[in-house]
Design a protein around this ligand. Structure first.
Ligand code: CA
Length: 643
Protein backbone atom coordinates (compact mmCIF):
# COMPACT_ATOMS: atom_id res chain seq x y z
CA UNK A 1 0.00 0.00 0.00
CA UNK A 2 1.19 3.51 -0.75
CA UNK A 3 0.86 6.31 1.82
CA UNK A 4 -1.89 7.76 -0.35
CA UNK A 5 -3.79 4.47 -0.28
CA UNK A 6 -3.51 4.32 3.52
CA UNK A 7 -4.98 7.80 3.70
CA UNK A 8 -7.91 6.75 1.53
CA UNK A 9 -8.47 3.60 3.57
CA UNK A 10 -8.52 5.43 6.91
CA UNK A 11 -11.08 7.88 5.58
CA UNK A 12 -13.58 5.16 4.71
CA UNK A 13 -16.61 4.61 6.89
CA UNK A 14 -15.96 0.85 6.79
CA UNK A 15 -12.51 1.25 8.36
CA UNK A 16 -13.86 3.58 11.01
CA UNK A 17 -16.71 1.26 11.95
CA UNK A 18 -14.79 -2.00 11.82
CA UNK A 19 -11.75 -0.90 13.78
CA UNK A 20 -13.15 1.41 16.41
CA UNK A 21 -11.95 -0.08 19.70
CA UNK A 22 -13.93 1.33 22.59
CA UNK A 23 -12.37 -0.26 25.66
CA UNK A 24 -9.68 1.47 27.68
CA UNK A 25 -7.44 -1.56 28.18
CA UNK A 26 -4.79 -1.31 25.47
CA UNK A 27 -1.21 -1.84 26.63
CA UNK A 28 0.02 -4.35 29.20
CA UNK A 29 -2.71 -5.03 31.75
CA UNK A 30 -0.91 -6.24 34.85
CA UNK A 31 -2.41 -8.69 37.32
CA UNK A 32 -0.44 -10.68 39.84
CA UNK A 33 -1.28 -14.00 38.16
CA UNK A 34 -1.08 -12.90 34.54
CA UNK A 35 -0.52 -9.94 32.23
CA UNK A 36 -2.73 -9.29 29.21
CA UNK A 37 -1.07 -7.60 26.28
CA UNK A 38 -3.28 -5.73 23.83
CA UNK A 39 -2.06 -3.86 20.79
CA UNK A 40 -4.34 -2.04 18.37
CA UNK A 41 -2.88 -2.81 14.97
CA UNK A 42 -5.73 -3.31 12.51
CA UNK A 43 -3.57 -3.20 9.40
CA UNK A 44 -1.08 -5.82 10.63
CA UNK A 45 -0.79 -9.22 8.98
CA UNK A 46 1.03 -10.64 12.00
CA UNK A 47 2.23 -9.48 15.42
CA UNK A 48 4.93 -11.05 17.56
CA UNK A 49 5.47 -10.21 21.26
CA UNK A 50 8.99 -10.48 22.74
CA UNK A 51 9.69 -10.60 26.48
CA UNK A 52 13.06 -9.57 27.96
CA UNK A 53 14.75 -9.50 31.35
CA UNK A 54 16.40 -6.12 30.66
CA UNK A 55 15.45 -2.78 29.15
CA UNK A 56 18.19 -3.01 26.52
CA UNK A 57 20.43 -5.67 24.99
CA UNK A 58 20.11 -9.43 24.96
CA UNK A 59 17.68 -11.73 23.21
CA UNK A 60 14.05 -12.26 24.25
CA UNK A 61 13.61 -15.02 26.83
CA UNK A 62 10.22 -15.75 25.37
CA UNK A 63 8.37 -14.94 22.15
CA UNK A 64 4.61 -15.15 21.84
CA UNK A 65 2.24 -14.82 18.89
CA UNK A 66 -0.75 -12.74 20.03
CA UNK A 67 -4.12 -13.64 18.47
CA UNK A 68 -6.09 -11.23 16.41
CA UNK A 69 -9.23 -10.30 18.36
CA UNK A 70 -11.99 -7.70 17.96
CA UNK A 71 -11.56 -4.37 16.16
CA UNK A 72 -8.00 -4.93 15.02
CA UNK A 73 -6.58 -5.64 18.47
CA UNK A 74 -3.89 -8.32 18.91
CA UNK A 75 -4.11 -9.96 22.27
CA UNK A 76 -2.02 -12.34 24.40
CA UNK A 77 -2.22 -13.39 28.01
CA UNK A 78 0.97 -14.50 29.75
CA UNK A 79 0.81 -16.33 33.09
CA UNK A 80 2.94 -15.36 36.06
CA UNK A 81 3.95 -12.13 37.81
CA UNK A 82 5.47 -10.09 35.01
CA UNK A 83 6.22 -6.90 36.97
CA UNK A 84 9.54 -5.59 35.68
CA UNK A 85 9.52 -7.64 32.49
CA UNK A 86 10.45 -5.64 29.39
CA UNK A 87 8.76 -6.22 26.04
CA UNK A 88 8.39 -5.10 22.47
CA UNK A 89 6.53 -6.16 19.35
CA UNK A 90 7.34 -7.09 15.82
CA UNK A 91 4.52 -5.89 13.62
CA UNK A 92 4.26 -7.02 9.99
CA UNK A 93 2.24 -4.72 7.77
CA UNK A 94 2.04 -5.18 4.02
CA UNK A 95 4.95 -7.61 4.12
CA UNK A 96 7.25 -5.29 6.08
CA UNK A 97 8.20 -6.17 9.64
CA UNK A 98 8.99 -3.41 12.15
CA UNK A 99 10.15 -3.74 15.74
CA UNK A 100 8.26 -1.39 18.04
CA UNK A 101 7.75 -0.56 21.66
CA UNK A 102 4.13 -0.37 22.83
CA UNK A 103 2.62 3.07 22.12
CA UNK A 104 0.29 2.43 25.06
CA UNK A 105 3.13 1.50 27.44
CA UNK A 106 3.11 2.96 30.94
CA UNK A 107 6.71 1.99 31.73
CA UNK A 108 9.89 1.51 29.74
CA UNK A 109 13.59 0.81 29.84
CA UNK A 110 16.42 3.23 29.22
CA UNK A 111 15.75 5.67 26.36
CA UNK A 112 12.24 4.25 26.02
CA UNK A 113 13.29 1.65 23.46
CA UNK A 114 11.51 -1.23 25.16
CA UNK A 115 8.30 -1.13 27.13
CA UNK A 116 7.95 -2.59 30.61
CA UNK A 117 5.16 -4.36 32.47
CA UNK A 118 4.53 -2.54 35.73
CA UNK A 119 2.52 -3.14 38.84
CA UNK A 120 1.97 0.55 39.49
CA UNK A 121 1.08 0.03 43.14
CA UNK A 122 4.75 -0.83 43.66
CA UNK A 123 5.82 2.56 42.33
CA UNK A 124 3.88 4.62 44.87
CA UNK A 125 5.90 6.60 47.40
CA UNK A 126 4.87 6.46 51.07
CA UNK A 127 1.70 8.40 51.70
CA UNK A 128 0.73 8.51 48.03
CA UNK A 129 -2.83 7.35 48.71
CA UNK A 130 -3.40 10.48 50.79
CA UNK A 131 -1.76 12.79 48.26
CA UNK A 132 -4.03 15.47 46.83
CA UNK A 133 -3.99 19.09 45.80
CA UNK A 134 -7.04 21.14 46.66
CA UNK A 135 -6.67 24.69 45.36
CA UNK A 136 -7.13 27.41 47.94
CA UNK A 137 -10.03 29.49 46.60
CA UNK A 138 -8.72 32.52 48.46
CA UNK A 139 -5.66 32.50 46.27
CA UNK A 140 -5.27 33.32 42.62
CA UNK A 141 -4.22 30.72 40.08
CA UNK A 142 -0.66 31.92 39.47
CA UNK A 143 1.21 29.69 37.05
CA UNK A 144 5.00 29.42 37.07
CA UNK A 145 6.58 27.82 34.01
CA UNK A 146 9.54 25.66 34.93
CA UNK A 147 11.89 23.07 33.44
CA UNK A 148 12.93 20.24 35.76
CA UNK A 149 16.61 20.49 34.97
CA UNK A 150 16.70 24.32 34.98
CA UNK A 151 15.46 24.44 38.53
CA UNK A 152 18.36 22.77 40.29
CA UNK A 153 21.25 22.49 37.85
CA UNK A 154 23.13 25.45 39.33
CA UNK A 155 25.84 24.16 41.68
CA UNK A 156 25.12 27.13 43.99
CA UNK A 157 21.51 26.04 44.41
CA UNK A 158 22.41 24.33 47.67
CA UNK A 159 20.62 21.23 46.46
CA UNK A 160 22.55 18.00 46.94
CA UNK A 161 24.60 17.11 43.85
CA UNK A 162 22.93 13.76 43.16
CA UNK A 163 19.50 15.45 42.94
CA UNK A 164 20.54 18.40 40.79
CA UNK A 165 18.62 18.44 37.53
CA UNK A 166 16.38 15.63 38.76
CA UNK A 167 12.80 15.12 39.92
CA UNK A 168 14.05 14.59 43.46
CA UNK A 169 15.47 18.12 43.69
CA UNK A 170 11.90 19.18 44.45
CA UNK A 171 11.78 16.90 47.48
CA UNK A 172 14.56 18.86 49.19
CA UNK A 173 13.64 21.38 51.85
CA UNK A 174 15.66 23.99 53.68
CA UNK A 175 18.14 24.58 50.86
CA UNK A 176 19.93 27.91 50.67
CA UNK A 177 22.23 29.72 48.26
CA UNK A 178 25.65 28.00 48.36
CA UNK A 179 24.38 26.20 51.47
CA UNK A 180 25.18 29.29 53.52
CA UNK A 181 21.87 29.41 55.35
CA UNK A 182 20.97 32.96 54.26
CA UNK A 183 18.92 32.98 51.08
CA UNK A 184 16.34 30.22 50.48
CA UNK A 185 16.50 28.38 47.16
CA UNK A 186 14.58 25.50 45.61
CA UNK A 187 11.22 24.61 47.08
CA UNK A 188 11.54 27.05 49.97
CA UNK A 189 11.99 29.85 47.46
CA UNK A 190 8.94 28.73 45.44
CA UNK A 191 6.75 28.57 48.53
CA UNK A 192 7.74 32.08 49.55
CA UNK A 193 7.15 33.41 46.03
CA UNK A 194 3.45 32.63 46.29
CA UNK A 195 2.80 30.85 43.00
CA UNK A 196 0.02 28.30 43.20
CA UNK A 197 0.87 26.12 40.18
CA UNK A 198 4.07 25.07 38.52
CA UNK A 199 3.78 24.25 34.87
CA UNK A 200 6.51 21.77 34.02
CA UNK A 201 7.99 21.61 30.55
CA UNK A 202 7.69 18.04 29.20
CA UNK A 203 8.19 15.31 31.77
CA UNK A 204 6.85 12.49 29.60
CA UNK A 205 9.53 10.41 27.89
CA UNK A 206 11.17 12.41 25.12
CA UNK A 207 13.82 11.37 22.65
CA UNK A 208 16.42 14.10 22.30
CA UNK A 209 18.51 13.36 25.39
CA UNK A 210 20.47 10.12 25.74
CA UNK A 211 19.44 8.83 29.14
CA UNK A 212 22.46 6.56 29.38
CA UNK A 213 24.78 9.53 29.63
CA UNK A 214 24.45 11.84 32.59
CA UNK A 215 25.64 15.41 32.69
CA UNK A 216 25.56 18.33 30.37
CA UNK A 217 22.89 17.41 27.84
CA UNK A 218 19.86 19.63 27.64
CA UNK A 219 16.58 19.81 25.82
CA UNK A 220 13.23 21.41 26.55
CA UNK A 221 11.71 18.05 25.63
CA UNK A 222 9.19 18.84 22.91
CA UNK A 223 10.00 15.57 21.17
CA UNK A 224 7.71 12.86 22.46
CA UNK A 225 8.72 9.23 22.39
CA UNK A 226 6.54 7.49 25.00
CA UNK A 227 3.54 9.62 25.91
CA UNK A 228 2.51 7.71 29.02
CA UNK A 229 5.91 7.21 30.64
CA UNK A 230 8.01 9.75 32.57
CA UNK A 231 11.25 11.03 31.06
CA UNK A 232 14.23 9.01 32.26
CA UNK A 233 17.00 11.62 32.28
CA UNK A 234 15.39 13.33 35.29
CA UNK A 235 15.40 10.06 37.28
CA UNK A 236 18.33 8.98 39.45
CA UNK A 237 18.28 5.64 37.58
CA UNK A 238 16.96 5.65 34.00
CA UNK A 239 17.62 1.93 33.53
CA UNK A 240 15.14 0.58 36.08
CA UNK A 241 11.69 1.36 34.65
CA UNK A 242 10.15 1.80 38.11
CA UNK A 243 12.48 4.54 39.32
CA UNK A 244 11.34 7.31 36.96
CA UNK A 245 7.72 6.56 37.83
CA UNK A 246 8.30 6.61 41.58
CA UNK A 247 10.46 9.73 41.50
CA UNK A 248 8.02 11.71 39.38
CA UNK A 249 5.34 10.81 41.91
CA UNK A 250 7.64 11.92 44.74
CA UNK A 251 8.07 15.24 42.99
CA UNK A 252 4.32 15.72 42.57
CA UNK A 253 3.83 14.80 46.20
CA UNK A 254 6.44 17.36 47.27
CA UNK A 255 4.64 20.10 45.33
CA UNK A 256 1.33 19.14 46.84
CA UNK A 257 2.80 19.23 50.34
CA UNK A 258 3.95 22.76 49.53
CA UNK A 259 0.43 23.72 48.45
CA UNK A 260 1.43 23.96 44.81
CA UNK A 261 -0.44 22.25 41.95
CA UNK A 262 1.35 20.62 39.03
CA UNK A 263 0.56 21.37 35.40
CA UNK A 264 1.98 19.08 32.76
CA UNK A 265 3.07 20.33 29.36
CA UNK A 266 1.65 17.75 26.93
CA UNK A 267 2.78 17.50 23.33
CA UNK A 268 0.35 15.22 21.54
CA UNK A 269 0.54 17.23 18.33
CA UNK A 270 3.58 15.47 16.87
CA UNK A 271 6.11 12.72 17.51
CA UNK A 272 9.88 13.15 17.73
CA UNK A 273 10.39 11.18 14.53
CA UNK A 274 8.01 10.01 11.81
CA UNK A 275 9.32 6.48 12.37
CA UNK A 276 7.55 6.39 15.74
CA UNK A 277 5.83 3.61 17.69
CA UNK A 278 2.57 4.93 16.23
CA UNK A 279 3.91 4.61 12.71
CA UNK A 280 5.38 1.18 13.31
CA UNK A 281 2.13 -0.25 14.72
CA UNK A 282 -0.37 1.33 12.29
CA UNK A 283 1.48 3.09 9.45
CA UNK A 284 0.14 6.62 8.79
CA UNK A 285 -3.01 6.19 10.86
CA UNK A 286 -2.01 8.61 13.62
CA UNK A 287 -0.81 11.33 11.25
CA UNK A 288 -2.29 13.91 8.95
CA UNK A 289 -1.27 13.40 5.37
CA UNK A 290 -1.07 15.56 2.30
CA UNK A 291 -2.99 14.57 -0.81
CA UNK A 292 -0.03 12.56 -2.06
CA UNK A 293 0.06 10.68 1.24
CA UNK A 294 3.19 12.35 2.65
CA UNK A 295 3.29 13.66 6.21
CA UNK A 296 1.81 17.11 6.63
CA UNK A 297 3.77 19.27 9.02
CA UNK A 298 1.58 21.67 10.97
CA UNK A 299 3.92 21.31 13.96
CA UNK A 300 7.02 22.44 12.09
CA UNK A 301 8.67 19.31 13.50
CA UNK A 302 8.19 17.06 10.48
CA UNK A 303 4.75 15.66 11.21
CA UNK A 304 1.44 16.38 12.93
CA UNK A 305 -0.85 13.88 14.61
CA UNK A 306 -4.45 13.48 13.45
CA UNK A 307 -6.46 14.15 16.61
CA UNK A 308 -9.69 14.01 14.60
CA UNK A 309 -9.15 10.33 13.76
CA UNK A 310 -11.06 8.36 16.34
CA UNK A 311 -8.33 6.17 17.78
CA UNK A 312 -5.83 9.04 17.80
CA UNK A 313 -8.28 11.29 19.66
CA UNK A 314 -9.10 8.48 22.08
CA UNK A 315 -5.40 7.97 22.67
CA UNK A 316 -4.89 11.62 23.61
CA UNK A 317 -7.92 11.71 25.88
CA UNK A 318 -7.06 8.51 27.72
CA UNK A 319 -3.45 9.63 28.08
CA UNK A 320 -4.55 12.86 29.80
CA UNK A 321 -6.87 10.93 32.09
CA UNK A 322 -4.13 8.43 32.86
CA UNK A 323 -1.67 11.13 33.97
CA UNK A 324 -4.34 12.73 36.08
CA UNK A 325 -5.34 9.47 37.75
CA UNK A 326 -1.94 7.86 38.20
CA UNK A 327 0.22 10.92 38.86
CA UNK A 328 -2.35 13.29 40.41
CA UNK A 329 -1.66 15.97 37.78
CA UNK A 330 -3.58 19.22 38.36
CA UNK A 331 -3.54 20.77 34.93
CA UNK A 332 -2.61 20.26 31.31
CA UNK A 333 -0.98 22.69 28.91
CA UNK A 334 -1.42 21.61 25.29
CA UNK A 335 1.46 22.38 23.02
CA UNK A 336 0.27 23.72 19.64
CA UNK A 337 -3.34 23.19 20.68
CA UNK A 338 -4.35 24.66 17.33
CA UNK A 339 -3.42 21.29 15.81
CA UNK A 340 -6.10 19.59 17.89
CA UNK A 341 -9.78 19.79 17.12
CA UNK A 342 -12.16 21.75 19.32
CA UNK A 343 -14.44 18.72 19.71
CA UNK A 344 -11.64 16.68 21.29
CA UNK A 345 -10.58 19.49 23.63
CA UNK A 346 -14.16 19.90 24.85
CA UNK A 347 -14.48 16.15 25.32
CA UNK A 348 -11.34 16.14 27.45
CA UNK A 349 -12.70 19.05 29.48
CA UNK A 350 -15.93 17.13 30.10
CA UNK A 351 -14.02 13.99 31.06
CA UNK A 352 -11.86 15.92 33.54
CA UNK A 353 -14.90 17.74 34.95
CA UNK A 354 -16.51 14.38 35.67
CA UNK A 355 -13.67 13.42 38.05
CA UNK A 356 -13.82 14.24 41.77
CA UNK A 357 -12.60 17.83 42.03
CA UNK A 358 -12.18 17.70 38.26
CA UNK A 359 -13.56 21.18 37.61
CA UNK A 360 -10.45 22.59 39.27
CA UNK A 361 -8.11 20.87 36.83
CA UNK A 362 -6.59 23.47 34.54
CA UNK A 363 -6.64 23.18 30.77
CA UNK A 364 -4.94 25.63 28.48
CA UNK A 365 -2.81 25.66 25.39
CA UNK A 366 -1.22 27.45 22.51
CA UNK A 367 -4.06 28.48 20.18
CA UNK A 368 -1.96 28.30 17.06
CA UNK A 369 -0.10 25.93 14.76
CA UNK A 370 3.54 26.18 13.67
CA UNK A 371 2.80 25.67 9.99
CA UNK A 372 -0.06 24.82 7.63
CA UNK A 373 -2.17 22.09 9.18
CA UNK A 374 -4.29 19.64 7.21
CA UNK A 375 -7.03 18.82 9.68
CA UNK A 376 -9.82 16.92 7.95
CA UNK A 377 -12.86 18.83 6.76
CA UNK A 378 -15.73 19.04 9.18
CA UNK A 379 -13.52 19.61 12.24
CA UNK A 380 -12.62 22.88 13.94
CA UNK A 381 -9.05 23.57 14.99
CA UNK A 382 -8.61 24.85 18.57
CA UNK A 383 -7.18 28.18 17.43
CA UNK A 384 -7.90 31.61 18.85
CA UNK A 385 -10.62 32.41 16.33
CA UNK A 386 -12.55 29.39 17.62
CA UNK A 387 -12.51 30.44 21.29
CA UNK A 388 -16.30 30.83 21.25
CA UNK A 389 -16.57 27.10 20.51
CA UNK A 390 -14.16 26.05 23.25
CA UNK A 391 -15.55 25.53 26.75
CA UNK A 392 -15.01 28.50 29.00
CA UNK A 393 -12.48 26.72 31.21
CA UNK A 394 -10.17 25.98 28.33
CA UNK A 395 -7.74 28.89 28.18
CA UNK A 396 -5.26 30.05 25.58
CA UNK A 397 -1.92 31.82 25.72
CA UNK A 398 -2.69 35.38 24.77
CA UNK A 399 0.00 36.49 22.33
CA UNK A 400 -1.86 39.79 21.88
CA UNK A 401 -1.27 40.76 25.50
CA UNK A 402 2.29 39.49 25.40
CA UNK A 403 3.19 41.51 22.31
CA UNK A 404 1.27 44.63 23.35
CA UNK A 405 3.17 44.78 26.65
CA UNK A 406 6.74 44.09 25.53
CA UNK A 407 6.75 44.00 21.72
CA UNK A 408 6.81 41.36 19.06
CA UNK A 409 8.53 38.08 19.90
CA UNK A 410 10.24 37.64 16.56
CA UNK A 411 11.29 41.23 15.90
CA UNK A 412 13.74 41.79 18.71
CA UNK A 413 13.95 45.56 18.41
CA UNK A 414 10.19 46.13 18.17
CA UNK A 415 9.03 47.57 21.50
CA UNK A 416 5.72 47.24 23.30
CA UNK A 417 3.89 49.50 25.72
CA UNK A 418 6.43 49.31 28.55
CA UNK A 419 9.59 49.74 26.47
CA UNK A 420 8.93 52.66 24.16
CA UNK A 421 6.14 51.48 21.85
CA UNK A 422 3.44 53.96 20.89
CA UNK A 423 -0.24 53.70 20.08
CA UNK A 424 -0.74 50.57 22.17
CA UNK A 425 -3.13 51.97 24.78
CA UNK A 426 -6.17 50.27 23.27
CA UNK A 427 -4.49 46.88 23.23
CA UNK A 428 -3.38 47.33 26.82
CA UNK A 429 -6.97 48.15 27.81
CA UNK A 430 -8.09 44.97 26.05
CA UNK A 431 -5.37 43.03 27.86
CA UNK A 432 -6.79 44.30 31.14
CA UNK A 433 -10.26 43.18 30.02
CA UNK A 434 -8.87 39.79 28.93
CA UNK A 435 -9.97 40.50 25.35
CA UNK A 436 -13.61 40.15 26.27
CA UNK A 437 -14.33 43.82 25.57
CA UNK A 438 -14.65 43.85 21.81
CA UNK A 439 -14.46 41.80 18.65
CA UNK A 440 -11.01 41.83 17.06
CA UNK A 441 -12.02 39.10 14.64
CA UNK A 442 -11.72 36.99 17.75
CA UNK A 443 -12.57 37.53 21.37
CA UNK A 444 -12.76 35.59 24.61
CA UNK A 445 -16.07 34.63 26.21
CA UNK A 446 -14.68 35.26 29.68
CA UNK A 447 -11.29 35.92 31.32
CA UNK A 448 -11.14 32.21 32.22
CA UNK A 449 -10.18 31.63 28.58
CA UNK A 450 -7.14 33.90 28.70
CA UNK A 451 -3.64 33.18 30.01
CA UNK A 452 -2.05 36.59 30.62
CA UNK A 453 1.70 36.47 30.20
CA UNK A 454 4.74 38.32 28.91
CA UNK A 455 7.34 35.55 29.01
CA UNK A 456 7.57 31.80 28.48
CA UNK A 457 10.30 29.37 27.49
CA UNK A 458 10.02 30.34 23.81
CA UNK A 459 11.74 33.49 22.57
CA UNK A 460 13.63 36.00 24.71
CA UNK A 461 13.26 36.12 28.45
CA UNK A 462 11.49 39.32 29.45
CA UNK A 463 14.78 40.81 30.66
CA UNK A 464 16.59 39.94 27.43
CA UNK A 465 13.78 41.40 25.34
CA UNK A 466 13.83 44.61 27.36
CA UNK A 467 17.61 44.75 26.94
CA UNK A 468 17.21 44.41 23.17
CA UNK A 469 14.84 47.38 23.01
CA UNK A 470 16.07 49.61 25.82
CA UNK A 471 19.79 49.07 26.27
CA UNK A 472 21.59 48.26 29.45
CA UNK A 473 20.51 50.92 31.96
CA UNK A 474 19.56 48.64 34.86
CA UNK A 475 17.37 51.21 36.49
CA UNK A 476 15.31 51.65 33.36
CA UNK A 477 15.11 47.90 32.72
CA UNK A 478 13.85 47.31 36.24
CA UNK A 479 11.16 49.99 35.85
CA UNK A 480 10.02 48.44 32.58
CA UNK A 481 10.04 44.95 34.06
CA UNK A 482 7.95 46.08 37.04
CA UNK A 483 5.47 47.86 34.81
CA UNK A 484 5.10 44.71 32.67
CA UNK A 485 4.53 42.61 35.79
CA UNK A 486 2.01 45.09 37.15
CA UNK A 487 0.01 44.82 33.92
CA UNK A 488 0.00 41.02 34.09
CA UNK A 489 -1.13 41.00 37.72
CA UNK A 490 -3.84 43.61 37.36
CA UNK A 491 -5.38 42.12 34.20
CA UNK A 492 -8.40 39.87 34.31
CA UNK A 493 -6.98 36.72 32.72
CA UNK A 494 -5.02 33.99 34.48
CA UNK A 495 -1.49 35.19 35.32
CA UNK A 496 1.45 33.11 34.12
CA UNK A 497 5.19 33.75 34.02
CA UNK A 498 8.40 32.04 33.12
CA UNK A 499 10.53 30.88 36.05
CA UNK A 500 13.07 33.56 36.84
CA UNK A 501 11.18 36.42 35.20
CA UNK A 502 10.87 37.69 38.76
CA UNK A 503 14.64 37.93 39.13
CA UNK A 504 15.56 39.31 35.71
CA UNK A 505 16.39 35.94 34.20
CA UNK A 506 18.70 36.11 31.24
CA UNK A 507 19.63 33.52 28.65
CA UNK A 508 22.36 35.84 27.44
CA UNK A 509 20.38 36.94 24.41
CA UNK A 510 19.63 33.44 23.13
CA UNK A 511 16.00 33.40 22.06
CA UNK A 512 15.62 29.75 21.12
CA UNK A 513 17.49 27.85 23.82
CA UNK A 514 15.75 24.49 23.37
CA UNK A 515 19.04 22.60 23.15
CA UNK A 516 21.46 25.21 24.50
CA UNK A 517 23.70 24.05 27.35
CA UNK A 518 22.12 23.84 30.81
CA UNK A 519 24.47 26.61 31.93
CA UNK A 520 22.50 28.97 29.64
CA UNK A 521 19.10 27.61 30.55
CA UNK A 522 19.36 26.96 34.26
CA UNK A 523 18.05 29.21 37.00
CA UNK A 524 20.94 31.25 38.37
CA UNK A 525 20.35 31.32 42.11
CA UNK A 526 22.97 34.02 42.67
CA UNK A 527 20.96 36.20 40.33
CA UNK A 528 17.82 35.40 42.32
CA UNK A 529 19.60 36.85 45.33
CA UNK A 530 20.94 39.86 43.44
CA UNK A 531 17.48 40.83 42.11
CA UNK A 532 15.51 39.95 45.25
CA UNK A 533 13.84 43.36 45.31
CA UNK A 534 12.29 42.63 41.93
CA UNK A 535 11.11 39.29 43.30
CA UNK A 536 9.57 41.10 46.24
CA UNK A 537 7.63 43.24 43.77
CA UNK A 538 6.15 40.10 42.19
CA UNK A 539 5.33 38.69 45.64
CA UNK A 540 3.56 41.93 46.45
CA UNK A 541 1.54 41.90 43.23
CA UNK A 542 0.44 38.32 43.94
CA UNK A 543 -0.58 39.38 47.44
CA UNK A 544 -2.69 42.25 46.05
CA UNK A 545 -4.45 39.81 43.76
CA UNK A 546 -5.07 37.40 46.60
CA UNK A 547 -6.50 40.24 48.64
CA UNK A 548 -9.00 41.28 46.02
CA UNK A 549 -11.48 38.72 44.69
CA UNK A 550 -12.55 40.91 41.76
CA UNK A 551 -9.17 40.22 40.16
CA UNK A 552 -9.39 36.49 40.81
CA UNK A 553 -12.83 35.81 39.45
CA UNK A 554 -12.56 34.87 35.82
CA UNK A 555 -16.22 34.65 34.85
CA UNK A 556 -18.06 36.89 32.38
CA UNK A 557 -19.22 39.22 35.17
CA UNK A 558 -15.69 40.07 36.25
CA UNK A 559 -15.05 42.20 33.17
CA UNK A 560 -17.98 44.42 34.05
CA UNK A 561 -16.26 45.53 37.25
CA UNK A 562 -13.63 47.44 35.30
CA UNK A 563 -14.19 51.10 34.52
CA UNK A 564 -11.60 52.71 32.30
CA UNK A 565 -10.76 56.34 33.09
CA UNK A 566 -9.56 59.11 30.84
CA UNK A 567 -5.79 59.16 30.63
CA UNK A 568 -3.17 60.97 28.54
CA UNK A 569 -1.30 59.35 25.68
CA UNK A 570 0.96 56.52 26.83
CA UNK A 571 -1.16 55.86 29.90
CA UNK A 572 -3.98 53.54 30.86
CA UNK A 573 -6.10 54.03 33.99
CA UNK A 574 -8.99 52.05 35.40
CA UNK A 575 -10.92 51.26 38.51
CA UNK A 576 -11.92 47.79 39.57
CA UNK A 577 -14.93 47.53 41.84
CA UNK A 578 -14.63 44.93 44.57
CA UNK A 579 -17.11 42.18 45.16
CA UNK A 580 -17.36 43.38 48.77
CA UNK A 581 -16.79 39.97 50.20
CA UNK A 582 -15.54 39.70 53.72
CA UNK A 583 -12.10 38.68 52.59
CA UNK A 584 -11.59 41.59 50.20
CA UNK A 585 -9.13 44.02 51.62
CA UNK A 586 -10.33 46.97 49.55
CA UNK A 587 -13.64 48.20 48.16
CA UNK A 588 -12.07 49.57 45.02
CA UNK A 589 -8.72 49.48 43.31
CA UNK A 590 -7.50 52.27 41.11
CA UNK A 591 -4.74 51.26 38.69
CA UNK A 592 -2.65 53.56 36.52
CA UNK A 593 0.03 52.51 34.03
CA UNK A 594 2.43 55.18 32.84
CA UNK A 595 4.61 54.15 29.90
CA UNK A 596 5.81 57.73 29.35
CA UNK A 597 9.24 59.07 30.18
CA UNK A 598 7.84 61.90 32.29
CA UNK A 599 6.06 62.05 35.62
CA UNK A 600 2.33 62.62 35.20
CA UNK A 601 -0.01 64.16 37.73
CA UNK A 602 -3.23 62.14 37.61
CA UNK A 603 -6.46 63.06 39.39
CA UNK A 604 -7.95 60.58 41.84
CA UNK A 605 -11.56 61.09 42.82
CA UNK A 606 -13.56 60.38 45.96
CA UNK A 607 -11.51 60.53 49.06
CA UNK A 608 -8.33 59.09 50.40
CA UNK A 609 -6.50 56.16 48.81
CA UNK A 610 -3.74 53.92 50.10
CA UNK A 611 -0.78 53.65 47.75
CA UNK A 612 -0.40 49.88 47.54
CA UNK A 613 2.15 49.85 44.76
CA UNK A 614 4.21 52.34 42.84
CA UNK A 615 7.31 52.21 40.68
CA UNK A 616 9.41 51.38 43.72
CA UNK A 617 7.64 48.61 45.49
CA UNK A 618 4.48 47.10 46.92
CA UNK A 619 3.31 47.80 50.47
CA UNK A 620 0.00 46.38 51.52
CA UNK A 621 0.52 45.39 55.12
CA UNK A 622 2.40 48.51 56.02
CA UNK A 623 1.01 51.28 53.82
CA UNK A 624 3.53 54.08 53.74
CA UNK A 625 1.63 56.66 51.79
CA UNK A 626 -1.91 57.89 51.17
CA UNK A 627 -3.14 60.23 48.46
CA UNK A 628 -6.23 62.25 47.69
CA UNK A 629 -7.19 64.48 44.74
CA UNK A 630 -4.13 63.55 42.68
CA UNK A 631 -1.08 61.35 42.49
CA UNK A 632 2.21 61.84 40.68
CA UNK A 633 2.87 58.77 38.58
CA UNK A 634 6.57 58.31 37.95
CA UNK A 635 7.95 57.56 34.46
CA UNK A 636 7.53 53.95 33.30
CA UNK A 637 5.70 52.77 36.36
CA UNK A 638 2.39 51.53 37.61
CA UNK A 639 0.52 52.69 40.68
CA UNK A 640 -2.11 50.63 42.40
CA UNK A 641 -4.31 52.48 44.85
CA UNK A 642 -6.74 50.83 47.22
CA UNK A 643 -9.62 52.26 49.17
CA1 CA B 1 13.82 9.93 27.18
Amino acid sequence: MTPKEWKQLFSTETFRKTFSYQKDDLGAGYEKERTTFKLWSPTADAVKLNLYRAGEGGAPYETIMPKRAEAGVYEASVDGDLHGVYYDYEVTVDGVCARTADPYAIACGVNGERSMVADLTRTNPDGWEADAFVPDKEKETVIYELHVKDFSYDADSGIRPEYRGKYLAFTENGTTLRGEGMFPTGMDYLKALGVTYVHLLPVFDYGSVDERVDGGQFNWGYDPKNYNVPEGSYATDPFDGCVRIRELKQMVQAFHKAGIGVVMDVVYNHTYVEDSWFQRTVPYYYYRQREDGSFSDGSGCGNETASEREMAGRYIKSSVLYWQREYHIDGFRFDLMGLHNVELMNEIRDALDALPGGKDILMYGEPWTADVSLMEEGFRPAVKANLPYLKDRIAVFCDNTRDAVKGHVFYAKEPGFVNGGEGLEEHIRSSVAAWCDRDYGWNAKSPSQIITYVSAHDNYTLWDKLTETSGSDEDELLRENKLAAAIVFTSQGIPFFQAGEEFARTKKGISDSYNAPPEINCLDWNRAYKYRELTAYYQGLIAIRNGFAALREHDEESVKRIQFQDAPKGMVAFRVEGIHRKQDRWETLYVIYNSRTDTVRMPVAEGVWDVLADGEGVNIDDVKRQVSEYINVMPKSAVILGR
